[in-house]
Design a protein around this ligand. Structure first.
Ligand SMILES: NC(=O)c1ccc[n+]([C@@H]2O[C@H](COP(=O)([O-])OP(=O)(O)OC[C@H]3O[C@@H](n4cnc5c(N)ncnc54)[C@H](OP(=O)(O)O)[C@@H]3O)[C@@H](O)[C@H]2O)c1
Length: 450
C-alpha cells in the first residue's frame, strides 16, 4: 500500500515539476491508468483518501481558474475598446467632477454596475420617460420613478433594470413633502412632466410652469442635486401662438433663475413607437379613411426620434459639466412640412393618401368647444384626437432648430433619419398585417384599390 502511495505521489511530483500545482491531465492519467485501477481495487481505504485529495485539488484548480477569469475579464472590460460583450466600450458618468456629494461608482459601466447616478425622473411614466429610464438603467444608474395614480403606470419600467435598480415611488405633485421624499436620495433630477392639453384638474400653467419651478426650488434646497435637466419643447417662446409653448418658455426662465446650472433640452415633435403624432394620424386614417390637414400643411417641423432625445439627455449627464447652464435644441435629421410627414406616414402604412384640407379658422372653431368647456362641465372631457386647439396654434408656424442654437452635434450625437427603422412601428397599421411587405414608398394605386 505504501509502495502504491509513493508511486502515485511520484507520478504527481514528476508531472508537477514545471508548475506548483499538479496538472489536471496528470491527475487524470494517474487515477485512470489500468495499473492504478487494479491497485485501487485492492487497496480501498487509501484509494478513498486519494480520491478525496484529488477532488480537493480539482476544486482548488477550478477556484483558481475562476479567480483568473474574473480578474482578467474585469480588467478587459474596464479597459474599454470596441467589440462585443465584455469588450464593448462602456461609459460611466463623470458626474463627480461637478457638484458636491459622495459618489460611489463600481463596475465597468453596464447595467449591473453602479454609475454613481441616482436619478429622480419626473414624468418617467410617459412616452419619452421609458427611453430615458432604459438608458439610465443601462449604464448602471439607480432610477427613482415618482408616479401618481395606478401602481401599473411605472410597472413596465421595473424590467429595465436589475432587481432594486428602478424604484417606483408614489407621490402627489401638489404635495411638497412628497416631492422632497422622492428627491431625498437623488443626485440628479430630470423633469419630463408635460401635457399638450388641459384637463379639469390641471391647466397648462400648473403642469408646465408651477411644477417645474417647484422642482427646481426643491432641488436647490436639497444641496446634493448635481444635475438638473428640464425637458422643454422646440418652439417654446414667450411669443408663441401656443399657450403650452408659452408656458414651457416661462418654465425655462424660472428654472434658469432658480438653478443657473440646469440644462434645458428642447426636442422637436418626438416620433417613436408610442408617439402621439404619426400613431394618431394613422389611427385616424384607418378609422375615417382620410386625414384632416390644417391649412395647406406647409408649416415646417423637424421631427426627432425618441431614442435620440434620450441619448442627448444621457450625453449631457455623462459630460464633464460642459452642458450645465445651456439650452439645446433637438431637431431630427430632416425638416418636413406637415404635408410631407403625412405623406411619409401614408407611404409606410401603404394607404392611398386622402386629405381633407381644413382652413385654419375653421379648425380653430372645431377645436374650441373643448377648450371652452373643459373647466365648466362637472365631468372629464375626452382627450382631443386631431383637433387640439393648442396644437393647431403650435403647428401654424414653422418649428425648426434655430441657426445659432446648441444641437445634437454639440452633444456628439448624430440624429437618426426618420425614414426607415424609427417609423417601422407604423407597419402595424398596414392592411393585411405588419408583415405585408417590408419596404417603404410603394404606394398602392387607387385603380387597384378593392
Ligand atoms: N412627445 C412629444 O412630441 C414632445 C415634443 C417636445 C417636447 N416634449 C416634452 O417632453 C416631455 C415628455 O414628453 P412625453 O411625450 O413623454 O409626454 P407624456 O407621454 O404625455 O408624459 C408626460 C409625463 O408627465 C406626467 N404628467 C403629466 N401631467 C402631470 C401632472 N399634472 N402631474 C404630474 N405628472 C404629470 C405624466 O404622468 P402620468 O403618467 O401620471 O400622466 C407623464 O409621466 C414633456 O415635457 C413634453 O412637453 C414632448
Amino acid at each position: 500500500m505504501q509502495t502504491y502511495t509513493r508511486r502515485l505521489g511520484h507520478q504527481f511530483s514528476k508531472s508537477a515539476t514545471s508548475s506548483s500545482q499538479p496538472s489536471l491531465r496528470s491527475l487524470y492519467s494517474a487515477l485512470h491508468s489500468p495499473r492504478n485501477h487494479l491497485r485501487i481495487a485492492s487497496s480501498r481505504p487509501t484509494c478513498v483518501a486519494l480520491i478525496d485529495r484529488s477532488l480537493l485539488s480539482l476544486k482548488r484548480q477550478i477556484f483558481l481558474s475562476f479567480v483568473v477569469v474574473v480578474v482578467v475579464g474585469g480588467g478587459g472590460g474596464g479597459g474599454g475598446g470596441g467589440g462585443f460583450g465584455s469588450q464593448q466600450e462602456r461609459y460611466g458618468s463623470t458626474i463627480a467632477s461637478t457638484g458636491t456629494g459622495h459618489i460611489v461608482r463600481k463596475g465597468t459601466g453596464g447595467r449591473s454596475s453602479v454609475s454613481g447616478i441616482v436619478a429622480t425622473v419626473f414624468g418617467a411614466t410617459g412616452f419619452l420617460g421609458r427611453y430615458v429610464v432604459q438608458q439610465l438603467a443601462k449604464m448602471g444608474s439607480q432610477v427613482l420613478v415618482p408616479f401618481r395614480g395606478s401602481e401599473d403606470s411605472p410597472r413596465h419600467l421595473k424590467l429595465m433594470g436589475d432587481l432594486g435598480q428602478i424604484v417606483p415611488m408614489k407621490y402627489n405633485p401638489r404635495d411638497e413633502d412628497s416631492i422632497k421624499a422622492v428627491m431625498a436620495k437623488a443626485n440628479v433630477v430630470l423633469n419630463l412632466i408635460g401635457r399638450e392639453y388641459e384637463t379639469r384638474n390641471y391647466g397648462f400653467e400648473e403642469v408646465n410652469i408651477t411644477m417645474a419651478k417647484q422642482l427646481a426650488t426643491i432641488a436647490n434646497e436639497h444641496g446634493g442635486i448635481m444635475r438638473f435637466i428640464q425637458v422643454s419643447c422646440l418652439g417654446a417662446s414667450p411669443s408663441s401662438p401656443s399657450r403650452m409653448l408659452r408656458a414651457k418658455a416661462a418654465a425655462e426662465e424660472a428654472i434658469l433663475k432658480e438653478l443657473p446650472q440646469a440644462t434645458i433640452m428642447k426636442p422637436a415633435v418626438v416620433v417613436g413607437t408610442e408617439d402621439r403624432i404619426l400613431n394618431k394620424w394613422a389611427r385616424f386614417v384607418k378609422k375615417w379613411g382620410f386625414l384632416p390637414i390644417v391649412g395647406d400643411g406647409s408649416s415646417k417641423i423637424q421631427p426627432v426620434y425618441v431614442v435620440d432625445v434620450a441619448a442627448a439627455i444621457m450625453a449631457a449627464l455623462k459630460d464633464d459639466g460642459s452642458s450645465m447652464g445651456k439650452v439645446y435644441e433637438l431637431g431630427g435629421a430632416d425638416v418636413f412640412t406637415v404635408h410631407q410627414l403625412a405623406e411619409l406616414m401614408y407611404d409606410t402604412i401603404r394607404e392611398w393618401p386622402r386629405y381633407v384640407k381644413v382652413p385654419l379658422p375653421i379648425a380653430k372653431i372645431l377645436a374650441s368647444p373643448r377648450e371652452m368647456l373643459v373647466n365648466k362641465v362637472p365631468f372629464p372631457l375626452p382627450t382631443p384626437a386631431i383637433f387640439n386647439l393648442d396644437e393647431i396654434n403650435a403647428y401654424s408656424v414653422d418649428t425648426v432648430v434655430s441657426e445659432n442654437a446648441l444641437t445634437f452635434d454639440d452633444l456628439g450625437i448624430v440624429p437618426h433619419k426618420l425614414k426607415g427603422y424609427p417609423i417601422e412601428y407604423l407597419f402595424s397599421y398596414r392592411k393585411g398585417g405588419p408583415n405585408l411587405g417590408a419596404t417603404i414608398s410603394e404606394k398602392i394605386s387607387p385603380e387597384n384599390w378593392p
